[in-house]
Structure formats: C-alpha cells, structure tokens
Design a protein around this ligand. Structure first.
Ligand code: ADP
Ligand code: ASP
Ligand code: MG
Length: 453
C-alpha cells in the first residue's frame, strides 16, 4: 500500500484533478490511499470569511457564494453535479452566520469553518475517480480514525489513532481507493480540530504509519525538496536523497514543501517519504529515508528560512549568582504556551527566538518576564538554517558561512548550532533574509547539483 497526498495546487483545477487521476491510475497495483488538501486558496478564504464575519464586515453570504463559485467551476468542467458540495456549503453558511451574529470567533469555531475546504475537495476527487470507473470513496480524517487533543489550530494526535486506523480503516482501504481529507480531525469530544497550516502532509504520514504503507508520497507543485525555496533562490535544484534528520531540519526551519511533523510517523515506522511534482510526474523528485545510500560530496545540502520571528533578549546580573534562573525563565514560556526555536546564552544574557504566531502570548507574558529580567524584543527577524550531514565531519563550515554573510554586509544577530551538528542556524532581519539565502546558495550550492558520490 502507498499513501499519495495531493496538495492545494494539485487539486486546484479540473485539469489538475484529471492529472491526479492519471497519476493514481498508473499506481493501482501499489494500492494507493489518497490524501487531499483543500483546493488552493480555499483555506485562506475560509479563515478570512470567519474573521470578516466576526468583525461584521460583509455579510457571510458573499464569501459562501465565492467559495461555491470556485468549486462549481471545477465541478462543471469535470461534468459533476453541484450537489456534491451543497451540504458543506450550507453548513458553512450557517456557521458563518452564527459567528456574524455573536461576533465571536473561537479557535474551535475557526477549525470548524476551515474543515469544509478539505471536505469539499475530497468529495470532488472521489466523485471524479468514480466517474473514471475506479472504485473510490471520500473519507474525513475522523472517519479513518484520527483523534487529536484539544489544541485547536495546531492539534496533536492521540496514540489510539494508529490502532484505530489499522482496525477500522485498513480493511476498507484494501477494497476501495479511499480519498481522505488532509489537515482535519476530531478530538475525543467529537469537535473538529486541525493539524496546523500545511498539515495535510502530516495526515498522509499518520495514515502511512497506520496502514503500514511501503511509501508515503507527497505530490506538490515542485520537483521535490530543493536546495532552497525556488521562489527565493532561482538556481535552487532538487535534492535527490535526504535523510529523515536533514529533511526534518529543513522543514522545521521553513521549507514549506513539507510540514515539519510529517517526518515523525515516517521515522517511527521507517517508511520512505517521496516528494514528487504532480505537474511533472516523471521527474524523480526527492526520497527521504533513514540513511541515504549514495551520498553526494556536498557538505551543505540545503538552506531554509523562517521569517516573522521575534528575537527576545534577557539581560540580568542575577544569572551570574542564582542557580535555577534558566528554569524559572523557561517556566514562564511554558506556562504561556510560547514555543522557542533558537536559544543562545552568555553569562549575563539569554536570547531566544519566538515564532510570529506566539506574539500575542508573548505580550501577555511580558509583565512576568519584566519582573524577572530586563527584556528587549526585536521583531521581524528571520532564522536562516544551513543543513547538511557533511558538516559533522568537515571543519570550518561555520567560518565560511559567517564570512559569506560578512562579505554580503549582512549583520548576524545570534548564532546557534544544533546538538547534532547537522545544522548551523542564525538570525538576521527579515529584510536581509533573501540576500542571505542567495549568498549562501552561491557559496555552497550553486553548480553543485551533480556533485555525485
Ligand atoms: P502543497 O500545496 O502541495 O502542499 P506548498 O505550497 O505547501 O504545496 O509547498 C510547496 C512550495 O514550497 C513550493 O511551491 C515552494 O515554493 C515552497 N518551498 C519552500 N522551500 C522549498 C524547498 N526547499 N524545496 C521545495 N519547495 C520549497
Ligand atoms: N489546506 C490546509 C492549508 O492550507 C492544509 C494543507 O494544505 O496541507 O493549510
Ligand atoms: Mg503544503
């Protein structure tokens, strides 16, 4: 069995869905399970619709009409009936009205609103597969057995998920081509949750582990994981093989092509993850495995950047005297549910980066933090991450990285090296981020595409 996940652009038009069917048809002997994202742009529209309703901007009907139109254009071209998406759209309209009248949008109701994107796309894809004479059926994340905790917007799956997938879903998936909604699930109370933006990749990996798949395929709009985001570095090239660790680092530090949690279930069950281009299905793409066989001679494999962070600096002379300073400091972060990405310390200061999504919680924590230490916050900071297993063995790479930044007149504000020595991570301003990526790519990667073993 293989799991094949198709992202927003890969289900984004009638043409894309026809291509999807061709790709699936060519792999029927491997018993595919399909996971789909919402049609591209739909999740953003749903979020905007919910926020507009809360602020009593325009009437919710307008947003529902627009979403209906997007899906109906696809249905018309595929000669499928509009009724396929009628019920989700009606429900969506009701929920948006509720938000509009109450002027209240909770994380729980936002997840409910957002869930309709994947529900609609999965129905369309399953119906088109059926029209093309394949046996297919649409499933939601909860139909297949995914159960999460209550962290709306960023839910984590509960361990019973895997046995449930195996018992309930696997026998059905043997009989029919299941088309499963990515990204969405339910908690124990039966309320809808989501796995974080871009979370359909994670759904695919969860199902892959649950059914014991031989491979998890992520079909997207680029030919695999590239040496850098092609929108930032035009010379970026496909990395043919990566280890789970390398791919995790790149994904965690901003390579949007793969949701950072995708690798976790794949590692646990030792299932290869292959990233492929649905627009160019014959391109080899990237394969991610525990150990990559034939390694290239490149020291640096890839670059990633995560923008919109705040750099928080603490200075206190108490650090020198008192033990437990760090524990107390990080306890404040823990209590306010603020996650930290990069940490650097000296005798009298601690610097951490906090993701942009935590800014509100950071503000709430400020009175407590101020009591404890002098605090300075620098917003709009980017974390640049240089990844490669080759860095473990070759000395002097950090020096070359920082010289490259110096030559480009880019100021480095903080440096951290992961314990695995698999990456070097540093902080620059958001403004400098693209130039940093381009300079590093030119120094370490451009022209290295065929650096064969
Ligand atoms: P999907 O909708 O298929 O999930 P995403 O938009 O989430 O697709 O991810 C694919 C995009 O990720 C690419 O179009 C590319 O612009 C971006 N990206 C960022 N970093 C990388 C990278 N290192 N390699 C490939 N793509 C990357
Ligand atoms: N549709 C969701 C999003 O846009 C999940 C995904 O695409 O993976 O974030
Ligand atoms: Mg994605």
């Amino acid at each position: 069995m293989i799991v094949m996940k198709f992202g927003g652009t890969s289900v984004g038009s009638a043409e894309a869905i026809r291509r999807l069917v061709d790709i699936v048809r060519g792999r029927l002997d491997r018993k595919p399970v399909i996971v789909v994202s919402a049609v591209s742009g739909v999740t953003n529209r749903l979020i905007a619709a919910a926020q507009t309703a809360q602020k009593r901007g325009t009437e919710p009907e307008r947003a529902v009409k627009e979403l209906a139109r997007i899906h109906q254009v696809i249905l018309d071209e595929l000669r499928l009936p509009h009724t396929l998406v009628q019920e989700p759209l009606t429900r969506l309209g009701e929920v948006l009205k509720g938000i509009y009248y109450l002027r209240e949008l909770t994380p729980r109701s936002l997840d409910y609103v957002v869930s309709f994107g994947e529900i609609m796309s999965s129905r369309i894809v399953a119906a088109h597969l059926t029209a093309e004479h394949l046996t297919a059926k649409a499933y939601t994340g909860w139909d297949v057995g995914i159960v999460t905790d209550d962290r709306y917007g960023e839910a984590e799956i509960l361990p019973e998920t895997y046995p449930r997938i195996r018992k309930r879903f696997l026998p059905e998936a043997e009989q029919t081509i299941a088309v499963v909604t990515g990204f969405i699930a339910r908690n124990k109370a039966g309320e809808r949750t989501t796995l974080g933006r871009g979370g359909s990749d994670y759904t695919a990996a969860i199902i892959g582990r649950g059914v014991g798949a031989e491979e998890i395929q992520i079909w997207t709009d680029v030919s695999g994981i590239l040496s850098a985001d092609p929108r930032v570095v035009s010379e970026a090239f496909t990395l043919r093989e990566l280890t789970f660790d390398e791919a995790s680092e790149l994904a965690y530090f901003g390579a949007k092509v793969l949701h950072p949690k995708t690798i976790e279930p794949a590692v646990q069950a030792d299932i290869p993850v292959r990233i492929l281009n649905s627009f160019k299905p014959d391109d080899p793409g990237t394969v991610v495995t525990r150990e990559s066989g034939a390694r290239s001679e490149r020291v640096v494999e890839g670059l990633a950047v995560k923008r919109g962070n705040s750099l928080v600096n603490f200075t206190s002379t108490r650090m020198l005297e008192a033990g437990g300073y760090m524990a107390q400091l990080f306890d404040i972060f823990r209590r306010h549910n603020i996650s930290i990405d990069v940490i650097a310390t000296s005798e009298v200061s601690v610097s951490v980066t906090v993701d942009g999504s935590c800014v509100g919680r950071l503000e709430q924590a400020m009175p407590e933090l101020r009591k404890f230490s002098r605090v300075r916050i620098d917003p709009n900071r980017a974390i640049v991450c240089v990844v490669g297993e080759g860095m473990q063995v070759q000395p002097g790479i950090a020096g070359r990285i920082f010289k490259t930044m110096g030559d480009a007149a880019i100021n480095i504000e903080m440096i951290s090296q992961g314990s695995s020595e698999l990456n070097v991570t540093f902080v620059v301003t958001d403004e400098d981020a693209n130039r940093a990526m381009q300079a590093l790519h030119a120094e370490f990667l451009t022209g290295q595409e065929r650096a064969a073993p």
